[in-house]
Structure formats: structure tokens, C-alpha cells
Design a protein around this ligand. Sequence first.
Ligand code: FES
Length: 57
Amino acid sequence: MPEVVVRSTENGPNLVVLDGKVVAALCRCGGSSKKPYCDGTHRKNGFQAAAAEVKVL
Ligand code: FES
């Protein structure tokens, strides 16, 4: 069974990690022009959030 983890990076996106490989970076700052994906805007808009990790499967 594949392992799926959502890793919230410090001051950055939520990474979807499948079997140890990042398969998507999802915006959580609200500033991306490519939602739902992160486009790096969080580095410019002052977004701050703690890191966290949740194992989904
Ligand atoms: S988290 Fe990267 S642009 Fe929003």
C-alpha cells in the first residue's frame, strides 16, 4: 500500500508526498496565481505558519 503524507512546510506550502516523493505543492498562503498549486508567492507576501506533518495512508 502506498504511503501518503501531507507535509506543511514552515512558512510555505503543503507538500503531498507519495512514497517519499513530493508529487504536489499546494498553496496555503492564499497568494498563488496558480491555485491550488504553490507558485512561490508565499516568499514575498510574508506568510507565516508552523511546520506539521500528517500521515494520510
Ligand atoms: S504557499 Fe506558496 S504561493 Fe501560497
